[in-house]
Design a protein around this ligand. Sequence first.
Ligand code: ATP
Ligand code: MG
Length: 367
Amino acid sequence: MSLSRVNVTAVRNLHPVTLSPSPRINILHGANGSGKTSLLEAIHLLGLARSFRSTRLLPVIQYDQPTCTVFGQVQLADGRQTNLGVSRQRQGDFKIRIDGENARSAAQLADALPLQLINPDSFRLLEGAPKIRRQFLDWGVFHVEPRFLPAWQRLQKALRQRNSWLRHGTLDAASQAAWDRELCLASDEIDGYRRAYIQALKPVFEQTLSELVELEGLALSYYRGWDKDRPLVDVLASTLLRDQQIGHTQAGPQRADLRLRLNGHNAADILSRGQQKLVVCALRIAQGHLVDQAKRGQCIYLVDDLPSELDEHHRRALCKLLDDLNCQVFITCVDHELLREGWRTDTPVAMFHVEHGSITQTHDHQE
Ligand SMILES: Nc1ncnc2c1ncn2[C@@H]1O[C@H](COP(=O)(O)OP(=O)(O)OP(=O)(O)O)[C@@H](O)[C@H]1O
Ligand SMILES: [Mg+2]
């Protein structure tokens, strides 16, 4: 799938603009502070109803404007189109529209517009908290396994019940046991989906990584959030006292993690910044391949500041992998000369110059 039209109003410093991007490679170039990342942020808003730069949406709205709005026309793999719209008012009203209807949740947007972000913060996937890796993992599972979301919602509900009971102790024994059973069922289901996903991801990741960088001995593994040899029900029973003391459930899929180790060491402690970026790119590109294999249409890549931290050899290798994915990519850079070359001759590349918040298309992909 690809965005065939994007309309942005009052996002950061961007002037109102309507773009007709290339279904493949889109390069946004311009000086520091011109608005390149802001355009990626606008597309991110359209796909996830949130920013990747600030936890709140208020700073995204242009100073002095009451509302920021992003519309997008999405071209689906089967030839159909879908229209998405997201708007946020300064007063706090937030709206998501899908094909003219109000949408209930951001999950519907994420389903309609699968986005992958690669930016200078991406190394956090390796060295940040487990939550970031769980989000990465669950993004992938969500897009290939439709039964994942309802199972995850059941888990959240059962966990809320259990944690509330751990803190307040107001539930009778039979109800406690029923909620624990529900918790264990949902946990096993989620663990099964996550495990199957990692099994599918691993070989694609290893292949992708080997095309980007030589890192012999890098291994990806999955920790399910509790002892791999014991059923969750036993683990919950043995940690009950401690759970009551701290007021929440310690073991379970809410504690799952992905581990990346290089010859036995935590990869984040060993790899250079550029190598970390390449590993994260390989993980995210591998996820794109799996979304594609699941026949859900490809996802769209937002790559902020692609050249940073990469030498020419690795930059070209990354461009080749993005090109081979055959999906839509939005790439920002200060110096577009660095990205002018390196694409297949039949790949439609569109260039956009960003200057003081104005975006002008300088090279038409149809030329
Ligand atoms: N809410 C806002 N309203 C108006 N302008 C804003 C708002 N928030 C940020 N800005 C300004 O928007 C400009 C664009 O920032 P952006 O991060 O998009 O630039 P960029 O082109 O990605 O730059 P760089 O090459 O340094 O990454 C900045 O000058 C910033 O000060
Ligand atoms: Mg930027």
